[in-house]
Design a binder for this molecule. Sequence first.
Ligand SMILES: *Cc1c(COP(=O)(O)O)cnc(C)c1O
Length: 504
Amino acid sequence: MLYNSTQNAKEVVSAAQAIAQGISKDGGLFVPQEFPKYDENTFKALLKTDYKGRAKKVFSDFLSDFTEEEISDCVEKAYTAQKFGGENPAPISYCNLDGTTLNILELWHGPTCAFKDMALQILPHFLTRAVRKTGEQKKSVILVATSGDTGKAAMAGFSDVPDTEVIVFYPHGGVSDAQRLQMTTQRGNNVHAVAVEGNFDDAQTGVKLLFGKAELAAELKEQGCAFSSANSINWGRLVPQIVYYFSAYADAVEKGRIQNGTEIVFSVPTGNFGDILAGYYAKLMGLPVKKFICASNSNNVLTDFINTGTYDRNREFHRTISPSMDILVSSNLERLLYEKTEHNSEKINEWMDALQEKGAYSIGRDIQDAVVSDFFGAWIDEIETQETISDVFNNYGYVLDPHSAVAYKALQKYRLMTSDETYGIVLSTASPFKFSDVVLRALYPDDYEGKVLTAFEAMDELSQKARIDIPQGLKELRGLPERESDIVAPGEMEKEVKKILAID
Ligand SMILES: *Cc1c(COP(=O)(O)O)cnc(C)c1O
């Protein structure tokens, strides 16, 4: 299987090249030339095997320049029961109330308690092998922009991986206490967290600019280094996310919750459009999905886009209680549009230029119709998110984190507005303990009014009151020494990278 750039149809690379490079030289994103199609027999085979078996099947179809042994080795090392707390790294929780069910796909059992682990535990294995296959470079310098969860997951995944250096940029003051602590306590001489004065979009734009600097690339090359990415712009981040859509479907069939072949809906808390795009790719491969609910918080640029066909980032940026979705420029939308325009890279260029120059573009009625045939957009405000956390706990005894609450409520809105009662699965992207303070105040508003809690106090209180255990990955942060992050302006990111890499 070969890959093109969304912004240049003539650019053709292998999977290993796509993963090693992270982003195309023209600024476009790598996309498969075509998608494998899974027929009934493939589904039957997927049903019979476990998560690892399903992952191996999907990876062997997309990463055709990796050997079976290499893929198997990557999968066995990444999805261990020890790292993911059980044999199935992505289990579904089924909660019942008066005949209604709540189906929660829990994607946060990995070491950093957010769904980013599903991809970032395996990306280092893919990347080191990809570099060996393609690379002249000795060392990969992995630049990461994070809205909170990718940073830690990348640092944990790459910590002390030979020949890699990870530099994470996170919005100063824009992440939860637990998220910040996770990054600043991470051990490993090759991983660095830097705070950027600005929001996630500033960090992401800054990183993309660094990728585009020819001089900087030349300087790195002299040192035997090359940039790569651990953000979902990297194909190696997306392909592992396709697996859990198939696996969740297969698990629901296996449990007798749905019949094989039945269409279902997935509700996905969305920021950079990576998670939900992986689901759409699964649909292109044959997974029976009626709709993807694209769930946003008050940064509702995607909801408006789906409803109007105009993407307009010229709007107020909100810092919300679901900070990992505080994003106004969703990078992976470009990949969806590439599919919906039947691989029209000229159109993509035009729109991405307009986004850069005017902050907005319109895709026209036909393409919008094509988007709406697969996606429903809904956004949930702060009060509704808090109410949802509380309602779901009171009704089902289940504690949702704020991002997952947004997705749950968006599914309810979808049902209300369309009267469609199709079986739905809500993707849960983080453990509630990553956002203990917010969750605690949503559940017990009166108890904490005016009280200030440290991240660990909030975790303890939540654990006691809701009677659930604090995940190991967060418990063990207590008492670890914090490394102070440098704080830089977006314009100083290049200087910071050079400082960390010790190049003048
Ligand atoms: C990253 C993240 C999201 C958004 O996922 P995208 O792939 O960026 O759309 C949602 N929830 C949590 C907890 C996250 O960490």
